[in-house]
Design a binder for this molecule. Structure first.
Ligand code: UDP
Length: 330
């Protein structure tokens, strides 16, 4: 039986980990990626089909060739700060790209869709712990683009029967403990890899973006989830759809929030090295606090996060970090 799953963004950070998890679960991950921010070297667990989501004909070709049983959609621009400066790119690449993909999937009769959304769709909501029923009030173009895609999926279900599992991620961190794949963005914008770079002198001191937030130590609070736990949830989401269950939204986080300063002190503890940092201005689009209530994923999907404690995430990221240059060409 065909076990092909079309993984858009399979050459990227989360997508490459998802491909590994899919292969371990007996699926064949077929990566569809334009390699604009991902790495062909990260596609190790199934075929790579180069293509752009804005190219509908290329999508149709790949659907026809592999006849995937489901789509896992990761490919997207994902930087909050950049989305405030170049919102047009976020609307075009993320929303038009997803629209093309959904249309191509429907045309090919591939009606199970796992979508990587984000906690950024919730926006800044007065320090509450967010659950799936919290209002979606994004404050940046990245979050707005992802919310729009959620709306597309809902309309496509009503019209064409395209069923979806939507995951709203909190902050994804860590790396494959075997260090076969990991996080490597060019340019890097995420807190933990930037911090690890600063620790071993690969770049200047980390800048803390804002120390005047309404939090106990003045820095933003985020809920960090291990990338391996996150992709395990995606495999469960795929099985959920294949079992014929209804479309569903799940938050993926741990329920524990850590401030930027706390992440710095954990990194110091894990690496036993000083973290050079300076205090800087706020970054446009940042929410004060994003913490997930993830009881739904645990209760309904049977999700069991195994590595999502900050120490383990930083440890795995550090192991990967020390090998990165051997894997990917910058
Ligand atoms: N952050 C920071 N300095 C950096 C990068 C990030 O202080 O160089 C902060 C950022 O303001 C946020 C947290 O670290 O509060 C996580 O940011 P990241 O970009 O890793 O993920 P995001 O929350 O944007 O998804």
């Amino acid at each position: 039986m065909n076990k092909n799953v079309l993984v858009t963004g399979g050459a990227g950070y989360i997508g490459s980990h998802a491909c590994k998890a899919l292969r371990e679960a007996g699926f064949v991950p077929v990566t569809f990626d334009n390699c604009s921010t991902g790495w062909a070297e990260a596609v190790k667990f199934g075929p790579l089909e180069r293509g752009d989501l804005l190219d509908r004909a290329r999508l149709d070709e790949v659907f026809a060739q592999y006849q995937p049983i489901a789509v896992m959609h990761f490919a997207a621009l994902s930087q909050v700060g950049e989305s405030m400066q170049e919102p047009g790119r976020y609307w075009r690449d993320n929303v038009t790209g997803a629209l093309n993909l959904a249309e191509a999937a429907v045309a090919a009769g591939c009606l199970d869709f796992v979508f990587s959304s984000t906690c950024a769709t919730y926006g800044d909501q007065d320090n509450v712990v967010l659950d799936e029923n919290s209002q979606q009030l994004p404050i940046n173009a990245y979050g707005a683009s992802k919310r729009a895609i959620e709306d597309i999926l809902s309309d496509f279900e009503a019209a064409y029967g395209l069923r979806s599992v939507i995951f709203r991620y909190f902050n994804v961190a860590g790396a494959d403990p075997d260090a076969e794949v990991g996080e490597f963005h060019q340019p890097e914008t995420h807190l933990i890899p930037l911090m690890l770079d600063a620790i071993d002198g690969k770049r200047d001191a980390l800048t803390i973006f804002g120390t005047d937030y309404d939090t106990p130590d003045g820095t933003c609070i985020r809920d960090y989830v291990h990338v391996c736990d996150l992709v395990d949830a995606h495999v469960l989401g795929l099985k959920w759809l294949k079992d014929g269950k209804d479309s569903r939204v799940f938050n993926l986080g741990t329920g524990d929030g850590f401030s930027v300063r706390q992440v710095i002190s954990h990194s110091h503890a894990v690496t036993n090295r000083d973290v050079p940092y300076v205090e800087g201005a706020r970054r446009a689009g940042d929410c004060t606090k994003l913490v997930s209530g993830s009881t739904r994923a645990v209760a309904e999907l049977g999700w069991e996060p195994k590595r999502s404690n900050l120490q383990a995430m930083i440890k795995d990221a550090w192991r990967w970090h020390q090998k990165t240059e051997a894997h990917y060409k910058a």
